[in-house]
Design a protein around this ligand. Structure first.
Ligand SMILES: C[S@@+](CC[C@H](N)C(=O)[O-])C[C@H]1O[C@@H](n2cnc3c(N)ncnc32)[C@H](O)[C@@H]1O
Length: 618
């Protein structure tokens, strides 16, 4: 008999996952909200086609939008996918950013090279565009992943597999969600992707691997063994050739000679050693923070899909899954919420000769390059909105109003899909939880929304609820965002060329001004001045009169004057200023000119931060 029973820690600490002993359902704070969201369903929005690259007879898609809304669209269209790979943000606390490169102009190269040299101080390396935030608390992350995984499952075919790429930050929690959603019996592998690199910590073992969980949707799944190429040394061991030309080596057992034939390669197990950069076929022109090597994806696609099958990546990033799918003769769907991802994937796929549609989900939040930037801007966009430390963090801040005094303002978090929709559940929370906690002298609050179930119904709901006398004003956030889209400015001329090599037309950009990029550079220069450097005085980055170094991509549409974009010629300028024309690298320096066979009707310019502006060609 034990002397006594020592109690377990009785209550889980906040945020700790608990396994219910009997039903093995992961419970965590806020998980009740998920069931409400799941009951409501996936939000379906209008989809707008932006561009068709090539003929696209296979219906490949590059979708800008959230995973859940993309799944709603696919489900509505009756599209089922055969293989899913996702590499979602990891809740790692990191903020990923796109490096912004000024495309050198010969006249400026020297100044910029010097400025870059002096950008040694860590803080100054921040000439970057924030792409997506990765900062969540665990509960929010798990709720969010749950919804996303449920959405993905609803578009997977019966024979489909899913690979979920994670790391030590959160993989153990997500494994339990995956068991719950796909069934423990459908868990097939925990793949370890082992890599080198990184900084060795002082008091821990170095972290050198990610984890990829492989689940199938039913027992009727696809699996093809994959063979890794043999190393040179192994190949050398197979030094004999038989009468049919097959390579073999000789081994001896109990004095007898045995032939062992060389196979296709070494059959892959669940530990994949792939260097992070070794087989990255990408150069800086197509680079993307967190991009994964093509070899990793090629293993997954070979193992769990066959030719012509549909492969989807709903957190597509650099477009690696789509690129590998295209190379291996699979159809593809690339989805991502960020504009930089869509542009990188689009350019990468176009350069590879892939054919696809570029689609955009019109959910009203795609006005900036990504939700992180939109959230960063929101405070400055709402007139009069200021921080107010006396308010709970539920409120974004407050506006001072001559009639009402302090007016707290609620703004939905664009990174949290569950708060984007203003419905009765949210309104209930505002009326019964958030408002009662406000000071007594508050007479009015403002509630911004991105999306609303039914405005009249909600106003009626507020009216009928007599638990508060505080006025609740509803405002559409989209109208605020709409006002701030400022296009870039370009002067250009077109001429017919009689060049034997490039017969046709040439459009030359004579001047390009992007106020948004210029103000970013100014900010950067100012910051650089303020940070003491051990090196010589900081020479600010200056942009030439013509402004060509602010251009990353230029395309000419010679087919259509409006609507969907048709790229008849395109130029991507690599970070060093060299031209990649229609996907082909050249040794030509960017000179502001694009050539096309037919007469151009309009041109599209993308600046180095990713904003695109279209002009008609007269
Ligand atoms: C870790 S990265 C993926 C990198 C990718 N596997 C590659 O190799 O390039 C995660 C991506 O998820 C995207 N993302 C974040 N939230 C999203 C959402 N709700 N729906 C779709 N994409 C999202 C981010 O913009 C980012 O590109």
């Amino acid at each position: 008999m034990p002397i006594k029973y020592v109690p377990f820690v009785p209550e889980p600490i906040e945020g700790q996952a608990v396994l219910g002993n009997f039903n093995r359902i992961l419970k965590y704070k806020g998980s009740g909200d998920v069931s409400a969201t799941l009951q409501r369903g996936m939000p379906l929005y209008e989809m707008e086609k932006q561009e068709t690259v090539g003929e696209n007879a296979d219906g490949n898609m590059v979708i800008r939008g959230e995973c859940i809304s993309a799944c709603a669209y696919l489900k509505e269209q009756g599209v089922q996918v055969d293989l899913v790979y996702i590499d979602p943000p990891f809740a790692s606390g990191a903020d990923y950013a796109k490096k912004v490169y000024i495309r050198r102009n010969p006249k400026l190269a020297e100044t910029i090279a010097q400025a870059e040299q002096e950008l040694d101080i860590e803080e100054l390396k921040a000439f970057e565009e924030k792409m997506y935030g990765d900062v969540w608390d665990k509960e929010k992350y798990l709720n969010w992943m749950y919804e996303n995984l449920m959405a993905i499952k609803s578009v997977m075919s019966e024979t489909a597999s899913i690979y979920v790429h994670l790391d030590w930050h959160i993989c153990h929690y997500i494994k339990i969600l995956l068991d719950e959603i796909f069934g423990e019996q459908n868990f097939r592998n925990e793949i370890v992707w082992s890599y080198t690199g990184g900084v060795a910590p002082k008091r821990d073992f170095s972290k050198k691997h990610d984890v990829i969980y492989r689940y199938v949707n039913s027992d009727n799944f696809i699996y093809n063994p994959v063979y890794e190429e043999y190393s040179e040394t192994t190949i050398k061991r197979y030094d004999k050739i038989d009468e049919n030309g097959r390579k073999y080596k000789v081994t001896y057992f109990e004095g007898r000679e045995n032939r062992s034939y060389m196979k296709e390669g070494k059959e892959l197990d669940d530990v994949w050693v792939i260097s992070k950069s070794s087989d990255q076929s990408l150069d800086a022109a197509f680079s993307y923070a967190t991009q994964k090597p093509e070899r990793l994806l090629s293993y997954i696609l070979q193992a769990s899909s066959n030719k012509d099958m549909l492969v989807a990546d709903f957190f597509g990033g650099s477009g690696v899954t789509a690129a590998v799918a295209n190379k291996l003769g699979r159809r593809f769907i690339h989805c991502d919420i960020g504009l930089n991802s869509i542009q990188t994937a689009r350019d990468r796929l176009a350069a590879d000769g892939a054919e696809f549609d570029v689609l955009e989900i019109k959910d009203g939040v795609q006005l900036y390059r990504n939700p992180v930037q939109t959230m960063d801007k929101i405070k400055s966009l709402i007139p009069g909105l200021k921080n107010d430390d006396s308010l709970d963090s539920f409120w974004e801040g407050a506006i001072s109003d001559s009639k009402f005094g302090t007016v707290p303002v609620y703004v939905p978090n664009l990174m949290d899909s569950s708060s984007k929709l203003l419905d009765k559940v949210m309104m209930n929370r505002i009326i019964h939880q958030a408002i009662p906690e406000l000071d007594n002298d508050i007479k009015k609050v403002i509630v911004y929304y991105i999306d609303i179930t039914d405005e009249n119904e909600l106003r009626q709901f507020i009216k009928e609820d007599d638990s508060t006398t505080i006025e609740i004003e509803l405002r559409d956030l989209k109208t605020v965002l709409d006002d701030v889209i400022i296009g870039d400015y370009a002067e250009f001329h077109t001429e017919e060329t009689y060049d034997t090599l490039f017969g046709g037309y040439a459009v030359t950009i004579d001047k390009f001004i992007s106020d948004r990029v210029l103000s970013k550079i100014n900010e950067f220069n100012q910051k650089a001045f303020l940070i003491p450097s051990s090196k010589k005085t900081y020479k600010p980055i200056r942009i030439s009169e013509e402004g060509l170094e602010l251009i990353e991509f230029l395309s000419a549409d010679c087919t259509s004057g409006n609507g969907e974009w048709h790229s008849d010629a395109e130029i991507k300028i690599d970070p060093k200023g060299y031209v990649i024309a229609d996907g082909n690298k050249t040794k030509e320096f960017w000179d502001g000119c694009i050539r096309c066979e037919k007469k151009p009707i309009r041109i599209k310019v993308r600046n180095i931060c990713g904003d695109e502006t279209i002009w008609s060609v007269k």
